[in-house]
Design a protein around this ligand. Structure first.
Ligand SMILES: [Zn+2]
Length: 162
């Protein structure tokens, strides 16, 4: 049990390589950790499938655990798929404080629905999308029409309804 607790503490405190203000714990990508024959098995669900950071995240976790003397085995869990619903409230606040608009839950199944994204600087809702993809595919680039500041929006990502 101790091994699992220690492994969880280490794994969840690692910063996300794409959005360094968030930890993997904030992202909610560490789905489960259990012990198997003295090895910590860490189940990780990648954020966006095809996100190049996924392999990197796995490497970061196994490295950090190894450095702490924990033998780790990373298991990629693809189902259920990650959604922005798994972001912690703490994580959303950190994003906003960092100048990235947290995901807006559109409550809509329409993939082309464009949410109103409030500006993280001045909270104005007069914002427009400049580019569908920001610094990473997980983000869109927006500009606030009130304070003129450009900002990144962490896209809301939902499970496709079957
Ligand atoms: Zn603004």
């Amino acid at each position: 049990m101790l091994l699992v607790d220690q492994a969880r503490r280490i794994a969840e405190s690692i910063n996300d390589p794409e959005v360094p203000v968030l930890t993997l714990g904030d992202l909610g990508v560490i789905r489960d950790i259990y012990e198997e024959e003295g090895c910590a098995v860490v189940c990780i669900t990648p954020t966006y499938s095809g996100c190049p950071a996924s392999d990197y995240i796995n490497a970061l976790v196994s490295q950090a655990l190894e450095q702490a003397g924990i033998k780790a085995f990373i298991k990629t869990v693809l189902s259920p798929a990650w959604t922005t619903d798994w972001l912690s409230e703490d994580g959303k606040q950190k994003l906003s404080a960092y100048g990235i608009a947290p995901p807006v839950d559109s409550q809509s199944d329409d993939l082309f629905f464009e949410p109103t994204v409030p500006c993280p600087n001045c909270q104005s809702t007069h914002t427009r999308q400049l580019a569908e993809f920001g610094s990473t595919p997980c983000k869109a680039h927006y500009q606030c029409l009130t304070c003129k500041e450009p900002f990144d929006y962490f896209k809301c990502f939902k499970r496709m309804s079957a």
